[in-house]
Design a protein around this ligand. Structure first.
Ligand code: ATP
Length: 450
């Protein structure tokens, strides 16, 4: 599909489209909303699932060195002692309102952010983790936390994976799931929320090979966004300076996206060394080493972690796809989403509501929706209906007209170019499939017309 020049879209437009068309709603809206929590509507849930599916396909399905996992949100409290989350988050903190770096009050030199000079929030004794209690007695022993990241579920299952899959190094374990953080500064729509989803992979490697795998994953992850249509000029890699690294990291780079509010982190890729497995071995008393049969040695593998946000990816894909163009005497809003991400793949639009046409159109709709998310629209003019589909990113519209009754052909109209072809109804499914997979619109079957 043709790609136009980038539109610098405002967040207001994305929020407005999301609410108007049912991508994303404020959580508990009828009660005035719940701060930094969002609900995905009928189109949003499809987009989000497609993003997760695209990640899973690349991270797990298409590889033979990565397996999947789905661990519980609630975990033993010792997990958070070992990971550093319990201790690391219980100091009085201030947060920079512009770059979001958090500072311990006792380590600050002035009254502004030591990194960017931005204004700071008031200090708070702060633990980012949401606490709840498990079992009938609400005492210390029953305190559990909602996980602030999915990664720990992978680390604590390391031996289970090695024992059950017989994977040899290097190999990865991938997980998609909810995470919760009682963020101090929120805002920017779904960019930073208190309940969100992560797509994380822990890639276990032999110490000494970690640098090359770190570079490998940086490239892989950048290409994932590019292959799904994000414009190159809206992505950048940002390497963290050594002195700014988190306590567990040997190296870290962020993939930033040029969001409407400016360059911000979309995904972090870290070389975590042996920190996590060593910590969990220490706190659990279990051996978390790996036995290398070639050299007959036990050691703790190093970990490379690409950690992406589902919601941030959804926001980036929405912003990147949003386009406005002058069409006749109005503005055409079009979401140029990659077909793999588009919530609805194909819409059926009968040119009239008259019986013979509706019957054919309804039958086609029933057939197409066995394979894809499809939609049926017979309200208002055909132009209006195309606009509605353009605005939600539907790659193809199929119109059924009176001629269709005679020649058993229908028209396929492509979203980005608005070009049309006419094809036999009997071939429609295969043709739509081929076009969704990237075949040029004008590659036609026998009897097809432009
Ligand atoms: P930030 O500083 O921007 O809040 P972070 O550096 O704390 O992010 P990580 O701990 O590296 O984030 O988490 C990995 C990924 O998870 C992030 O790149 C982001 O995509 C996603 N993520 C983290 N926190 C949130 C949040 N509060 N809301 C939405 N996504 C988040």
């Amino acid at each position: 599909m043709s790609m136009k020049t980038p539109t610098k879209v405002s967040m207001e437009k994305i929020v407005s489209l999301s609410q108007r068309r049912g991508f994303i709603f404020p959580n508990s809206e009828i009660y005035g909303g719940l701060s930094a929590c969002w609900d995905y509507g009928p189109l949003g849930v499809e987009l989000k699932q497609n993003v997760k599916q695209a990640w899973w396909q690349d991270a797990v399905q298409k590889r033979d060195d990565v397996v999947g996992l789905d661990t519980a949100i609630l975990m033993h409290s010792q997990v958070w002692a070992a990971s550093g989350h319990l201790e690391g988050f219980s100091d009085p903190l201030v947060e920079c309102k512009s770059c979001n770096l958090r500072w311990r009050v006792d380590e600050l030199e002035g009254d502004s952010c030591s990194s960017c000079g931005g204004e700071l929030t008031d200090p708070r004794l702060f633990n980012l983790m949401f606490k709840t209690s498990m079992g009938p007695v609400e005492d210390e022993a029953s305190t559990v936390y909602l996980r602030p990241e999915t990664a720990q579920g992978i680390f604590v299952n390391f031996q289970n994976i090695v024992n059950t899959t017989r994977k040899r190094l290097p190999f990865g374990v991938a997980q998609i799931g909810k995470a919760f953080r009682n963020e101090i500064t929120t805002g920017n729509f779904i960019f930073r929320s208190r309940e969100f989803e992560q797509m994380e992979m822990e890639y276990f490697v032999k110490p000494g090979t970690d640098k090359e795998w770190f570079d490998y994953w940086l490239k892989e992850r950048l290409n994932w966004y590019l292959n799904l249509g994000i414009k190159k000029e809206n992505l950048r890699l940002r390497r963290h300076a050594k002195e700014k690294l988190a306590h567990y990291a040997r190296a870290c780079s962020d993939i930033d996206y040029l969001f409407p509010m400016g360059w911000s982190e979309l995904e972090g890729i870290a070389n975590r060394g042996d920190f996590d497995l060593a910590q969990h071995a220490k706190f659990s008393g279990q051996s978390l080493t790996y036995f290398d049969e070639e050299v007959k040695e036990h050691f703790i593998p190093y970990i490379i972690e690409p950690s992406a946000g589902v919601d941030r990816s959804v926001l980036a894909f929405l912003c990147d796809a949003y386009d406005e163009e002058a069409a006749k005497d109005e503005i055409r809003v079009v979401l140029r989403l990659h077909p793999a991400l588009a919530p609805i793949k194909v819409a059926i639009l009968p040119l009239s509501r008259r019986e013979p046409l509706v019957k054919v159109a309804r039958e086609l709709y029933a057939d197409l929706r066995q394979r894809w998310m499809a939609s049926y629209d017979d309200a208002q003019s055909i132009g209006r209906r195309y606009r509605r589909q353009d605005e939600i990113g539907t790659p193809f519209c199929v119109t059924v007209d009176f001629e269709s009754l005679e020649d058993k052909q229908v028209t396929i109209r492509e979203r980005d170019s608005m070009k049309q072809i006419r094809v036999p109804t009997s071939e429609l499914k295969n043709i739509v499939q081929a076009k969704l997979e990237g075949e040029d619109l004008f590659v036609l079957p026998q009897n097809g017309k432009t």
